[in-house]
Design a protein around this ligand. Structure first.
Ligand code: ATP
Ligand code: FE2
Length: 319
């Protein structure tokens, strides 16, 4: 069986085709980029998705060496996400006139990561621009053990970067500058199992205005952010007794974050996995694969979008 998956929760419109044996036949996407200096306007992103959808459909089928006739199932990203973008994805999915299944975006990040790394029952650290969550499976659902109380770690790095003159995305540039920096004190904000990043950005910017070298600030913001992420991930491991950690999301590209998690995992005798870059960001293949798992387990979903859907609201019947 072949499933075509559509990702359209935010700026990325992606289409992926997978087989029910977990082969990824194609994975194509197009990212909406707002005009310089602007944030994302959801309706503009949705327009972009609509415009690009037919082109990407053709491209994905061609790469997969399939026609629409070969596709038995269409999976769409149901939420969480920006309503206009989600609606565009669902409308496009409906046009294909196949059985439809809705997929939770965050769970899709976990499932594609498990498929590609071989992790079986991990604690997943999902750190992207907009999201920062520590997730794990218990009693029928993926539970969120900890998450950001304000903005995602990636967006926090981007915000800090923008203010000190680095272009978007600032994450990789901060990583490079951090290599030449030394530690300067910044707040460390973990409350229970939750994290908060925006106050740390403000503190770093105050130090910037007072003349602290940007290399030192880049080094320190990384050390603080990643220590916080590692601490909460470690506690989720301890709490659940799980023995695997899976890192995904755009910030997973960062070597220092990987290094810290690797050290922690080694000390706890847990295995550490990172997702290949192509599948760590938003992509259609992750929706297709998770849709396949859900469909094969007999799950059914409504043809609706759920912009505020939470990870732990979804019954996971395929595990
Ligand atoms: P989502 O909707 O899943 O939250 P997103 O677009 O917000 O997606 P991703 O595309 O997964 O996020 O990741 C982009 C983020 O990753 C940006 O904030 C970027 O700065 C950050 N990033 C990319 N490379 C690095 C790096 N080497 N170090 C730190 N951060 C990085
Ligand atoms: Fe995502």
């Amino acid at each position: 069986m072949f499933c075509l998956g559509i990702e359209s929760t935010a700026h990325t419109f992606g289409i992926g085709i997978v087989s029910d044996r977990g082969e990824i036949l194609s994975n194509v996407s197009s990212i909406y980029k707002p005009p310089k200096g602007w944030g994302i306007k959801p309706t503009d992103a949705a327009q972009h998705h609509k415009k690009i959808s037919q082109t990407l459909l053709k491209k994905s089928l061609k790469l997969a060496k399939k026609t629409l006739k070969d596709i038995e199932l269409v999976a769409f990203s149901q939420g969480p996400g920006l309503p206009p973008c989600l609606h565009t994805g669902l409308n496009f999915a409906k046009q294909l006139k196949k059985p439809l299944i809705g997929v939770n975006h965050c769970i899709a990040h976990i499932e594609i990561a498990k498929l590609l790394t071989g992790a079986k029952d991990p604690i997943t650290l999902y750190v992207s621009g907009a999201n920062t969550q520590i997730l794990g499976f218990t009693e029928g659902r993926y539970r969120c053990f900890g998450e950001t109380m304000d903005i995602g770690a990636g967006n926090a790095l981007d915000k800090f970067g923008r203010e000190i003159g680095l272009s978007f995305p600032a994450g990789p540039k901060i990583e490079r500058l951090a290599k030449k920096g030394k530690y300067t004190e910044l707040p460390y904000v973990v409350k229970g199992m939750d994290l908060s990043f925006s106050g740390i950005v403000t503190a770093a910017l105050n130090k910037f205005k007072k003349g602290t070298p940007i290399e030192d600030l880049c080094f320190s913001i990384q050390e603080i952010f990643f220590s916080m992420l590692t601490e909460v991930t470690e506690r989720a491991l301890a709490h659940t007794g799980k023995k695997e950690v899976l890192l995904t999301g755009g910030v997973a590209a960062n070597k220092r974050l990987k290094e810290m998690l690797e050290i922690m995992c080694k000390e706890r005798k847990a295995k550490f996995y990172t997702v290949p870059k192509e599948f760590a960001g938003d992509n259609g293949a992750m929706i297709a694969w998770t849709g396949t798992l859900a469909y094969k387990s007999g799950m059914k979903t409504k043809e609706e979008v759920l912009p505020r859907q939470r990870t732990d609201e979804v019954d996971v019947e395929w595990i």
